[in-house]
Design a protein around this ligand. Structure first.
Ligand SMILES: C[S@@+](CC[C@H](N)C(=O)[O-])C[C@H]1O[C@@H](n2cnc3c(N)ncnc32)[C@H](O)[C@@H]1O
Length: 251
C-alpha cells in the first residue's frame, strides 16, 4: 500500500511552504497572490499524481477495468473505476499526463464536466487520443460539458431569464453575488473561475460541433448525441449541458 501521507517530492513541499508564506504576507499584491494560488494548486495536483505513480510506477495500472469514469469528483458511479486528480478516486492521476490504462481494454469511458477543466489544445486533444487508445474495439466514450450553444443562442436575454439561469448555476457558489448579467453567464462557459484556491477554472468552451470535431480527429468512427441517463450521469448536469457518445471502430 502507498503511504499517501508521505511527501512525494520534498522540493515540491519546500516550494509550497514558500508560496504559503508569501500568500500570508499582506504585502503580496493581489495579482501575484492569484498566480501563486494557481501554482499552489498545481503543486497539490502534482503531489496527488506522484502518489498515483508510486502505486503503479510502470505508468499502466495492473487492474483492467471495463468501465472507467474520469474526473467524477464525489460523483462515483457503481461498477466504474474512478480516475481523478484529487480524492476521492480509485486512482489519483492527472489526466493531462495521459490515461494510465492498457491499450484496447476499456469498454465504456465516461466523463462529465471534466473536459472544459483541462487546457486546449494540448491536453484536450491528447485526452481524446488517449481515450481512443484505451478503448476496446467498439468501445464507447461518453463526454458531457457545459453547452456553449445554450448560452450563446440566448444572448442577449431578458433580465428574468438571466436571473433564473444565474440561480441555477451559481446558487451554491461563493462568487454568486459577482455574477450579475447574462454576459457573466457567457463568461461562465468560457472561463469560469473564482478566488476559491481549490476551484478548477474552465479553459475552453464546447458545443456539439466542437465535440464531434475533437473526437473525430482523435480517430473515433462515430460521434453522436448521447441521451442523458441519470443512472450514470450526475442528475444536476442534465440542464444546459451537451453530451456526446464517441464510438471506436469495432474489429
Ligand atoms: C467540475 S468537477 C465535475 C465532477 C463530476 N464529474 C460532476 O459532474 O459532478 C471536475 C472534476 O474534474 C477533475 N479534474 C480536473 N482536472 C483534472 C485532471 N487534469 N486530471 C484528472 N481529473 C481532473 C476535478 O478534480 C474534478 O473532480
Amino acid at each position: 500500500m502507498t503511504d499517501h501521507s508521505a511527501p512525494a517530492r520534498p522540493e515540491l513541499d519546500r516550494f509550497r511552504d514558500r508560496i504559503a508564506a508569501l500568500l500570508q504576507d499582506p504585502a503580496t499584491p493581489h495579482g501575484l497572490a492569484r498566480t501563486l494560488r494557481a501554482v499552489a494548486k498545481e503543486l497539490d495536483l502534482a503531489q496527488h499524481h506522484e502518489e498515483g505513480r508510486k502505486e503503479w510506477p510502470g505508468g499502466r495500472i495492473d487492474a483492467i477495468p471495463a468501465q472507467v469514469q474520469i474526473g467524477g469528483g464525489t460523483h462515483r458511479i457503481d461498477g466504474f473505476f474512478n480516475i481523478d486528480a484529487v480524492p476521492p478516486a480509485d486512482l489519483l492521476w492527472d489526466v493531462r499526463e495521459g490515461i494510465p490504462l492498457r491499450d484496447s481494454t476499456v469498454r465504456f469511458l465516461f466523463s462529465e464536466h471534466f473536459l472544459e477543466h483541462i487546457d486546449y489544445p494540448r491536453s484536450a486533444k491528447w485526452y481524446a487520443r488517449e481515450a481512443h487508445r484505451v478503448l476496446a474495439p467498439g468501445g464507447r466514450l461518453v463526454t458531457g460539458v457545459p453547452d456553449a450553444a445554450h448560452v450563446l443562442t440566448q444572448y442577449p436575454a431578458p433580465p428574468e431569464r438571466t436571473a433564473g439561469m444565474i440561480e441555477r448555476w451559481y446558487a451554491n457558489r461563493s462568487c454568486r453575488e459577482d455574477i450579475n448579467t447574462f454576459l457573466d453567464l457567457v463568461n461562465y462557459v468560457f472561463r469560469d473561475q473564482d478566488d476559491d484556491p481549490t476551484y478548477n477554472p474552465h479553459y475552453w468552451a464546447y458545443d456539439f460541433e466542437k465535440l464531434v470535431q475533437l473526437f473525430t480527429e482523435a480517430g473515433f468512427a462515430r460521434v453522436e448525441p448521447w441521451d442523458f441517463d441519470p443512472r450514470i450521469a450526475n442528475p444536476k448536469r442534465e440542464w444546459a449541458s451537451v453530451y456526446v457518445v464517441a464510438t471506436k471502430l469495432s474489429g
